[in-house]
Design a protein around this ligand. Structure first.
Ligand SMILES: [Zn+2]
Length: 140
């Protein structure tokens, strides 16, 4: 997985356009913005999440978008282990995911990796305020 700064235009994969056999994007006509594409090399904002954010994200992430065949492992966990992380990966001690989820904002859609939930829970990542507001509003 590649690092993308929060709230930059989404460019990781081409957007899905009526591909047979592939679930449609929930909001295909709105601009997509990146949120939560972290890696170990770039600093990210941290802090206590707003009340209710984790349950809201857990609910939103049930709709998996752009499922890939391979896993992406949390690069922050790998960095924190130091040295050779292969044994930890073999033992499934590293968080991993293989899809994205989307959150509808005000005229935009946020594209987030499923690992965002892990980043918030384990690494105190604090997503942008507008993303948090959209996530909380989307589950009321
Ligand atoms: Zn991690």
């Amino acid at each position: 997985m590649t690092y993308f700064a929060d709230l930059t235009p989404y460019t990781y994969f081409e957007r899905q356009e009526d591909e047979p056999g592939v679930a449609d994007e929930p909001w295909p006509d709105l601009p997509l913005l990146n949120v939560g594409w972290l890696d170990a090399a770039h600093p990210f904002p941290t802090g206590a999440p707003p009340d209710g954010l984790m349950p809201a994200l857990t609910d939103l992430a049930k709709t998996r978008v752009r499922q890939t065949r391979g896993y992406h492992f949390c690069e922050i966990c790998i960095r924190d282990i130091g040295g050779d992380a292969r044994e930890a990966i073999r033992q499934s001690a590293i968080a991993r995911e293989s899809a994205e989820f989307q959150v509808q904002g005000d005229g935009v859609v946020y594209a987030a990796p499923q690992l965002l939930l892990h980043y918030v829970a384990a690494h105190e990542y604090l997503p942008p305020a507008e993303f948090c507001r959209a996530a909380l509003a989307g589950t009321i």
